[in-house]
Design a binder for this molecule. Structure first.
Ligand code: ADP
Length: 497
């Protein structure tokens, strides 16, 4: 009988489940979307029960596609930072899940900055003070939902990010893996424990927090009698990581200097920096990538607000292309962008600029500029922004980046990846199996339950579909990159404030 690993991939818009065989191939897969709730401008919530139902359903359906064989272990990966508080006895959430995108605590974050907590937060947690992270979301629920603070202080309430919620429902264990803990803004990434001082300053009772645990170990075994998951009773839940760290692991970026970028709606770049955290000067954040076999690996992380969404803008707002793949075809009809630069600062610019007042711009237009030039400039703009992040990472980490491994919806664009390789002068490597996030969770679980021997074996499971090498003359690429930098300066501080 064959052994399999089940990966639960709980994302922001859907819950997915993938069954992997011992070769790392997909044996079964299912996915269910769930509703997003926007109770006010800038607020985003999920129903924790809808997260659970869709995840359970997806798992049951994925398992049906693999009727024979044994599930040796379960790995969990999840949308990070999203915050749930629930009653320890009944399991009933006291409020909806407050999603990572939710900005309701932005003012509280400003207050924390005014109190002078910036330095302490960065040196302890590796993060910048921001409403993304869980801490101020927890505080909001404790302050705003009647009775919850008192119940929490009596030890009746549990907090968890989404992996904690799912693992608790599956096994009864109240744990969070180090990568997810790193995104709460309460976790000391050096000592790998909750920071008492930050908990006190944020008025968060220590007793609601889950136990921080490694990324590849048994957290508990699935309880019997979960509808649709009867077959999983007794199976160990034995691997977990937040989605971005899971993708870094799934891309087998096990050496310092290896990086991955996910070209999705936005872009998420993570670089393995080795066994000690790196403090960023460019506004990147540091977190635990994973701890496996007692060895902790750290990552630097940066994100681009508008990546693939710029292609959607070209399609939906400018209507220059009928579909995303057509962007490539149109851009390929010209040898270069003819001096046109698109700065997709639709919602401001993140690292390394951190300019909330920047706005989008198209610069360098001439009488001969046409839609193909603009389409090409759109692809270039995505690659430029990722280059900005990688340059900042290189500087912060003080080491070379040896390779970029890629995934996400827009990584199917050959032209985008060729432009990226030309700019970075390193190989840009697209894997054959693009479900890197789910595979990362499966790999962490498969290591601890013995399906895979070690990380060397995991490396052999990842195959490149295509590697893009720098082809254009470096001086030309450098000149274009300087033009991008100038264009960003023009778009900076655009709206009045
Ligand atoms: P997310 O998980 O962030 O929602 P995905 O990883 O599914 O996003 O990627 C979606 C993005 O991929 C979209 O913004 C879209 O523009 C882009 N995309 C999809 N197909 C293509 C394509 N053939 N060429 C270029 N970009 C594409």
């Amino acid at each position: 009988m064959d052994d399999y690993i089940l990966a639960l991939d709980q994302g922001t818009t859907s819950s997915r489940a993938i069954v992997f065989d011992r070769h790392g191939h997909i044996a079964g897969m299912a996915q269910h979307t769930f509703p997003q709730y926007y109770p006010q401008q800038g607020w985003v919530e999920h129903d924790p029960w809808e997260i659970w139902q869709t995840q359970r359903q997806a798992a049951a359906e994925a398992l049906e596609r693999v009727p024979e064989g044994r599930i040796a272990g379960i790995g969990v990966t999840n949308q990070r930072e999203t915050t749930i508080l629930w009653d320890k006895t009944t399991g009933e959430p006291v409020y909806n899940a407050i999603v990572w995108q939710c900005r309701r605590t932005a003012e509280l974050c400003e207050e924390l900055k005014r109190q002078g907590l910036t330095e302490q937060v960065q040196s302890t947690t590796g993060l910048l003070i921001d409403a993304y992270f869980s801490a101020t979301k927890i505080r909001w629920i404790l302050d705003e939902i009647p009775g919850v603070r008192q119940r929490a202080e009596r030890g009746e309430i549990l907090f968890g990010t989404v992996e904690t919620w799912l693992i608790w429902l599956l096994t009864g264990a109240h744990v969070t893996d180090y990568s997810n803990a790193s995104r709460t803004m309460l976790f000391d990434i050096h000592r790998l424990c909750w920071d008492e001082e930050l908990c006190r300053q944020l008025e968060i009772p220590r007793c609601i927090l889950p136990q921080p645990v490694g990324n590849s170990q048994v957290y508990g075994r699935v309880k019997p009698g979960i509808p649709g998951l009867e077959r999983l009773a007794g199976v160990p839940v034995c691997g977990a990581a937040g989605d971005q760290q899971a993708a870094l692991f799934g891309q087998t970026c096990f050496e310092a200097g290896q990086a991955k970028n996910t070209y999705g709606t936005g872009c998420f770049t993570l670089m393995n920096v080795g066994s000690a955290p790196v403090r960023s000067r460019a506004g990147l954040v540091s977190s635990v990538a994973w701890q496996v076999n007692g060895e902790t690996t750290y990552a630097l992380e940066g994100s681009v607000f508008n990546g693939g969404s710029t292609i959607q803008w070209l399609r939906d707002e400018l209507q220059l292309v009928p579909s995303a793949p057509e962007c490539d075809r149109l851009a390929e009809t010209v040898p270069d962008s003819g001096g046109v630069v698109v700065v997709p600062a639709f919602t401001g610019l993140g690292a390394p600029y951190w300019d909330m007042y920047a706005r989008g711009a198209i610069l360098g237009l001439t009488r001969g500029s046409n839609r193909a030039h603009i389409a090409r400039a759109v692809l270039e703009s995505i690659a430029y922004q990722v280059t900005d992040l990688m340059m900042a990472m290189r500087q912060d980490a003080g080491c070379d980046i040896t390779a970029l491994r890629v995934d996400g919806g827009a990584s199917v664009s050959d032209l985008l990846l060729q432009i990226q390789a030309d700019l970075l002068r390193i190989p840009v490597d697209r894997p054959a199996m693009v479900e890197t996030t789910a595979f990362g969770a499966a790999a962490l679980a498969g290591l601890s339950c013995g399906l895979w021997r070690d990380m060397e074996e995991l490396k052999t499971l990842r195959r490149s579909e295509r590697i893009f090498w720098a082809r254009r003359v470096q001086a030309d690429c450098d000149q274009d990159y300087r033009l991008w930098k100038r264009a960003v300066e023009r778009a900076a501080q655009w709206i009045e404030h």
